[in-house]
Design a protein around this ligand. Structure first.
Ligand SMILES: Cc1cc2nc3c(=O)[nH]c(=O)nc-3n(C[C@H](O)[C@H](O)[C@H](O)COP(=O)(O)O)c2cc1C
Length: 364
């Protein structure tokens, strides 16, 4: 019987004990009702993942305000009914002995709700390569207001019972738009040097920390590299990671890639290049990290931990295809796993489905 000694060992991050090293990463599901409330499907989804043995389950992209939504189905934390619905999701995760996190985010120029008349904002009036809508540059007052919204959202989900908040600084969304010189050409304190471009993220961390106090686990997702010419490099990511660690961030989820560079990103995942990023960021920041990117086999996950590349392993699509993957692997029943076929139907806003669905698993 396979042992998975490190993978199944617990880890304590920022005072929070997680029963094993497997993370279900932030995955936007679209499991909301037309009026914005959380649908029972989201509770079922995270409950099944926790029942399947995930140590940490992260609720995907959750906007800090309506203007920060990424698509019409995005849950929005300025709505009490949404926070109440999320509280039930967190409880469902806890009921199966797992730890609950939520990713808080702001879409900025990657906002697909523009069609609904919501203003599209960004650090600079530079359009997102695929949406091609010229965003309005945020004023300093507006930037400060968004920083405050992140802090307020952190407090709201903390009060709703979540164990950890993940601030989304990756994948070309607003925080990343500030970090990248390709989308941030401001000439004030929020633009120019990497130090200035980091200010928005660091202010969000500081204000959130101030709002919830020293004992609540805060983490960040960052890109280890953008895989885009002129975008963030691994060296930038290492500097960002160090600055975050200095601000007390004790857990970094290292991802990579941006819109318009999907092919390179997918190749990097397939060749395991994200592991190089995780290892390097971990070494630079000196805090635990998680590694992600088409890790579909727990034997590979164990190897990554054994070689000290990462402290946790995120498994997304493979668990959507088979939420029993962990249990089956622990029993050595690898042939019984229903593998993800990498069709990406789960990216429902691209594949044209009403919400996340998976041809391998079926309707969740
Ligand atoms: C349907 C879908 C939705 C996603 N939503 C988010 C999200 O809300 N926030 C985020 O940071 N990443 C998101 N991602 C990226 C995943 O967190 C993860 O990094 C990616 O799927 C690679 O891991 P995997 O190969 O194990 O699936 C999403 C991915 C998929 C497939």
């Amino acid at each position: 019987m396979p042992k998975f000694e490190r993978l199944m060992s617990q880890i304590t991050i920022d005072g929070l004990t997680i029963p094993n090293r497997i993370v279900f990463p932030a995955i936007h599901t679209g499991y909301t009702e037309p009026d914005g409330r959380i649908s029972p499907k989201m509770k079922h989804f995270h409950s099944e993942l926790a029942r399947g043995g995930v140590g940490l389950s992260i609720v995907g992209f959750t906007a800090v305000s309506a203007q920060g939504k990424f698509c019409p189905e995005t849950p929005c934390l300025d709505d009490d009914r949404v926070v109440e619905g999320l509280a039930e999701v967190f409880r469902a995760i806890h009921d199966h002995g797992s730890v609950a996190a939520v990713q808080i985010a702001y879409a900025g120029r990657q906002n697909r709700t523009g069609l609904e008349g919501m203003p599209i904002v960004a650090p600079s009036p530079i359009p997102c390569p695929d949406l091609k809508i010229v965003p309005r540059a945020l004023s300093v007052d507006e930037i400060e207001a968004i920083e405050n919204q992140f802090a307020e959202a952190t407090a709201r989900v903390r009060d709703a019972g979540v164990d950890m908040v993940q601030i989304h600084g990756a994948h070309g969304y607003l925080i990343h738009q500030f970090l990248s010189p390709l989308s941030n050409q401001r000439t004030d304190i929020y633009g120019g040097s990497l130090e200035n471009r980091m200010l928005f993220l660091l202010n969000i961390v500081r204000k959130s920390r101030q709002r919830v106090g020293p004992d609540f686990p805060l983490s960040c997702r960052i890109n280890g590299q953008d895989y885009q010419e002129g975008g963030l490099t691994l060296d930038d990511a290492r500097q960002i990671a160090r600055a975050l660690a200095k601000e007390g961030i004790q857990f970094l989820d290292v991802s990579g890639g941006v819109r318009g560079a999907e092919r390179v990103r997918d190749e990097a995942m397939a060749t395991g290049d994200f592991r190089r990023l995780a290892r390097s960021v971990r070494e630079a920041a000196g805090v635990p990290v998680s590694c992600v990117g088409m890790i579909t086999d727990l034997r590979t996950a164990e190897e990554i931990l054994q070689e000290n590349t990462s402290d946790m392993i995120a498994i997304g699509r493979a668990l959507i295809a088979d939420p029993r993957l962990i249990k089956k692997s622990l029993r050595g029943e690898f042939d019984a796993i229903n593998p993800c076929n990498k069709c990406n139907t789960c990216y429902y806003w691209i594949s044209g489905q009403p919400h996340l669905t998976c041809p391998v698993y079926g309707e969740w």
